[in-house]
Design a protein around this ligand. Structure first.
Ligand SMILES: [Zn+2]
Length: 61
């Protein structure tokens, strides 16, 4: 998602390398954020809903 390429404003290093406390905080924030609302998770949820809908239609007919 491009979060690996983020450059820290404080140490000018890559955030994922965690060279300074700002890097580590940002990295932790990104990790937590992507864990809660990742696009992959949304796709998985949509896929499950579609399967359930298909099963419901099959049972109805
Ligand atoms: Zn930094």
């Amino acid at each position: 998602m491009g979060s690996e390429d983020l450059v820290c404003a404080r140490c000018s290093g890559l955030v994922i390398e965690g060279r300074c406390p700002t890097c580590r905080a940002s990295r932790e924030y990104l990790r937590r954020n992507s864990a809660t609302i990742s696009p992959q998770m949304i796709i998985t949820i949509i896929a499950i809903i579609m399967v359930l809908a298909a099963l419901a239609v099959r049972q109805a007919t």
